[in-house]
Design a protein around this ligand. Structure first.
Ligand code: DGP
Length: 115
């Protein structure tokens, strides 16, 4: 179940970490698609949105609270930003440790490019 994100959370491998508390960790995406592109990850290993349990509701809320703080710290809160979670193959998920993308720093265009 462990992915590369667990090693980042545990600081076994380096990352550009911007936030960490007992619930969540956030670090810059290795292949940024916007001037600000940060991944917000629960410290608990949850593979996908499909695996979120009722007991995880507070933890999922912590991901949003972290997003709000990080957006302010990165200076993108007022202009706006996008939060995105991919799930499984059709969603384009590549790393099977739940994560929320925070994109910002430029107008992000339409939500889906290929309809
Ligand atoms: P997703 O497609 O939603 O599963 O996005 C996975 C993202 O994770 C992708 O944008 C690239 C990023 N990523 C993958 N491996 C690493 C890594 O080792 N370090 C960092 N910082 N980001 C990574």
């Amino acid at each position: 179940m462990a992915t590369i994100f667990s090693k980042i959370i545990n600081k076994e491998i380096p990352s550009d970490m911007v936030y960490q508390d007992e619930y969540v960790t956030a670090f810059r995406d290795i292949e940024p698609q916007a001037p600000v592109h940060i991944l917000i990850v629960p410290n608990k290993e949850i593979p996908t949105v499909n695996d979120i349990q009722e007991d995880d509701e507070q933890l999922v809320g912590k991901m949003f609270t972290a997003a709000r703080k990080i957006a302010a710290d990165e200076g993108v809160a007022a202009d706006g930003y996008r939060l995105l979670i991919n799930c499984n193959q059709h969603g384009g998920q590549e790393v099977f440790h739940l994560h929320m993308h925070l994109f910002g720093g430029r107008p992000l265009g339409p939500m889906l490019l290929n309809r």
